[in-house]
Each structure stands twice: as C-alpha cells, then as structure tokens.
Design a binder for this molecule. Sequence first.
Ligand code: CU
Length: 188
Amino acid sequence: MMMQRHREPEARQEDADKPRPECAKAPKRDTRKHFALLAGPLVFLFAGLLACFFAPGSAQAQQLVVTEAWVRATVSGQTATGAFMKLTAQAPLALVAVRSAISPRAELHEMRHENDVMTMRRVERLPLKRSETTLLAPGGLHIMLMELAAPLRAGDVVELTLVVEDENARRTEYPLRATVRALDAPQP
Ligand SMILES: [Cu+2]
C-alpha cells in the first residue's frame, strides 16, 4: 500500500506531461489570456459591488457631486459666515438641510437684490435638477453658518454635511470638507 501511494504523484506527473489531444488543440496560453480578460472586469465589478454594500451611502453618494467648497473667514466677534460650493446632481434631488459641528444653526439662504435692497431669506428646500450645476456663491444662494463659537481663519477646514432627498423622499447625507478663505472674499 505504502509503495503505491509514493508512486502516485510520479504517475500523475507523467500523465500530465503526456500530450493529450484535446489540450493540444487549445494551447494553455490562450486559456489564460481569456481568463485574464474576463477576470479583470469581474474583479472591478465585484469590488464595486462590495463598495456599494459596505460603504454607507456610497450608492447614493454618486448622485451628488460637490466641488469647490469653501467658507469665508471671520473676525473675532463675528458669529456668522457663509459657505459656498458647486452642486451637481446626477438625479433629481433636493437639498433639505445642512449641518456642521461648528454651527448649531446652519441654514440654506438666498440673497436677492430687490428695489435696491439686498434681502436674505431662508430656503427650506433647494431643488437640484439632474445634470445641472447649482452655484452657492456670495450674493446668491449660500449656506449660512450661525452662532459660531470661534473665529474661522483662512486655511482652516470646516466639515459640513449636506442632507439631500431623492425623488422617493429617501434622505442621504453627504459629508464634505470646505477650506476657509480670507475675509476679503465677497460677502454672502
Ligand atoms: Cu445668509
């Protein structure tokens, strides 16, 4: 029995070395190439699926792209400032709330020039059309960060969370970081 067992691997090796008609027709290299061609995209697909399942909100995260986020610096004693950015929705969305650890009262505001007077009002819900970029900028729509506990200096980084609602009233949070820019940037 023992002798037979020891011989087994050798016998298998010999079998493997023998050319088999079926294998001779399709060289091994081709099989590997096909596998590599197929495996590459599969790995990416699988990694993508994993990311969707395990990264909270990442499936929805692709629905809103936030760029060029910044916050205007403040001077000592100033307790409110504006946050600005570009919002591009990949699906019909609405910005419904803003939160920040540095402000117990963060609101979306709109500034309008009416009869030579600049007026500012709160916007409860900002619809974001698909494939359109909405600009939050000084003199227009902006996020107002109020009741600030400390001054914001140029170069500081402020963490904000945008709460966005999709067509099915499903809410998704988008955390983002905005850099504080110098005071001489235009007023909100
Ligand atoms: Cu405001």
